[in-house]
Ligand binder design. Structure first.
Ligand code: GTP
Ligand code: MG
Length: 325
């Protein structure tokens, strides 16, 4: 099917068209830029909620209960489960599917998992694009679940409007939280598995730690939940909504403009380095690479030489996107 047809079906609400466009994004296919360009103006309405925390904390179980909550409100829901550590769509992600299976037949819920499989890096960017597709498709609430607590997860969480950090009593060490950078990204802390010992103590510790921070426009709450039986979900959903409202009030056009410029720079950076990698053996660069190999020039001078000749770099970078590699 050609791209126009696919986009038309997407616009009409065809879930299979959405799935295929997501695959284009996931595989970084040739059509990616065209897809994103055409759907861009339709996005921007959804509430994007990030859920992160250590493995097994109960993120998927919480997501499952939040989906049910949003569905009861009549909202359509998108879910992106991202597993940066897994090169395959399987393992934990498969577990997510099982955990959220009660919603699989619901037309108002779209669940997709993303992994590093077939990716040139930049999982955070792919996740942002998938979220944007779901948003443009009309999903009103979008949950992004990431497994783990590394840099990739932190990057991914930057795209969320509201970031929920899920912890459990047994990992009850606030120093770890600080080290992992979770304190900076959390808009809401959840201590899940509140049925276990130490939940309240962890909550108190987190609150004490948050108390030390300077006065902020949003005061980060620490909630206790028991995801398996949906205890605390209403309060969590209410806090997520309150944070979204707070964010909408605070956000300025200047900030939004700045984000668009940043995103554009990111795209350019990614695209240019991709094209440069492909142009490694191009005739344009043959002379300088030859001299480098023969040690007739040093890498610094060679970089300067190529950059100072605007024509060469322009021709190298004009290589078309998606052309082999
Ligand atoms: N006791 C108890 N167990 C829970 C609670 N919430 C989740 N669990 C259990 O904890 C296990 C992990 O839950 P998941 O929802 O898969 O956790 P996750 O954070 O998504 O896990 P990964 O995606 O693998 O990192 C499952 O066996 C859940 O049933 C809770 O509130 N109390
Ligand atoms: Mg999970």
């Amino acid at each position: 099917m050609d791209l126009d047809k696919l986009l038309e079906r997407f616009t009409q609400g065809d879930r299979r068209a959405l799935a295929r466009l997501i695959t284009i994004v996931e595989n970084r296919s040739r059509d990616l830029t065209d897809v994103m360009r055409q759907i861009y103006s339709r996005a921007g309405q959804a509430q994007v909620i990030g859920i992160t925390g250590p493995p097994g904390a109960g993120k998927s179980t919480l997501s499952d209960k939040l989906i049910a909550y949003f569905r009861k409100q009549g909202k359509t829901v998108g879910v992106v489960a991202v597993d940066p550590s897994s090169p395959f769509s399987g393992g934990a992600v498969l577990g997510d599917r099982v955990r959220m299976q009660s919603h699989f037949l619901d037309e108002g819920v779209f669940i997709r998992s993303l992994s590093t499989r077939g990716r040139h890096g930049g999982l955070a960017r792919a996740t942002r694009e998938v979220v944007r597709l779901l948003d443009a498709f009309g999903c009103q609430a979008i949950l992004v679940e990431t497994v783990g607590v590394g840099q990739t997860e932190l990057d991914i969480m930057r795209l969320a409007h509201t970031t929920v950090v899920v912890l459990v009593p047994e990992a009850g060490d606030t120093i770890q939280v600080m080290k992992a950078g979770l304190l900076e990204i959390a808009d809401i802390f959840v201590v899940n598995k509140a049925d276990r010992d130490g939940a309240r103590r962890l909550k108190n510790e987190l609150e004490a730690m948050l108390h030390l921070r300077p006065e902020a426009p949003w005061s980060v709450p620490v909630l206790l939940t028991e995801a398996t039986n949906a205890t605390g979900i209403d309060e969590l959903a209410a806090k997520i909504l309150a944070h979204e409202e707070n964010r909408r009030e605070r956000r300025t056009e200047a900030e939004e403009g700045k984000e668009r410029v940043e995103e554009w720079l990111d795209l350019l950076r990614d695209e240019m380095s991709l094209r440069l990698d492909r142009a490694r053996s191009s005739p344009e660069l043959a002379d300088v690479t030859e001299r480098l190999r023969a040690a007739q020039i040093d890498p610094y001078s060679a970089a300067l030489e190529v950059l100072s000749d605007g024509g060469v770099i322009a021709r190298v970078l004009a290589g078309r996107q998606g052309d082999g590699g």
